[in-house]
Design a protein around this ligand. Sequence first.
Ligand SMILES: [Zn+2]
Length: 275
Amino acid sequence: MKPLGSTGPWAAGPVTTRASAVLAPNPGWMTLDGTNTWLLVEPGAPRAVVVDPGPDDPGHRAAVLAAAQARGTRIAAILLTHGHADHAEGARALHEATGAPVRALDPAHRLGGEGLAEGDVVTVDGLEVSVVATPGHTRDSLTFLLPADRALLTGDTVLGRGSAVIVHPDGDLGAYLASLARLAELAGATEAAWVLPGHGPASPDPAGLIADYRAHRAERLALVAAALASGISDREALLDAAYPDVPDALRWAAHLSLAAQLAHLTGRAGAPPAG
Ligand SMILES: [Zn+2]
């Protein structure tokens, strides 16, 4: 299969007028170069927004605080794209260090602030961030639109490199495909110029990257459907047929996505909605 996203290196730092990335020191198979913590600042404004504080790592927290200070700002709001630990675990300590509320779709991840939901607009000193619900990677996945920079902060829904994992049963492939369709539409309507992902390099071609993601999903789903149609039912054999290219270190993650695809193809829903 065609590699998704950039194959080049990613140094983080400033990307758009308002957005810069601080790279967390948690590289790995799933986290790629590490988690991108995004600092958003309206030019000249005294207050900043942080998207995804990343892991609970004192060095990373100090780097995020220093990046805010270097821009002459203090952190006034912390937003989460979703609750996975590599994005959200550091939220509590950053909240304690700054007093900034932590806002997320999932009430379990909020601290001292309101929630976040589809259609919300977060405004801090002229900086405007619109909230778009993009479930699929997880039930609580959000994308943030930064209209002034025509940028989409996609968390783990669209990565800068490689494909996203659908974390069955919390994640849901039908919801994910609908979210990708929604993002494709949004990228077109807003003439999006950047994807600022949760992991990997920022992409200057949102429409192309999202189209590649949709094609990749369709291709993978067709492989699973063909394997099922040929009579393969054993999970390991299905994985071999549908993911001939997966490294051993990622088989467990591919199994989660395979389970999501089997549930999708056989019409079985994932877990019942929480709460
Ligand atoms: Zn995640």
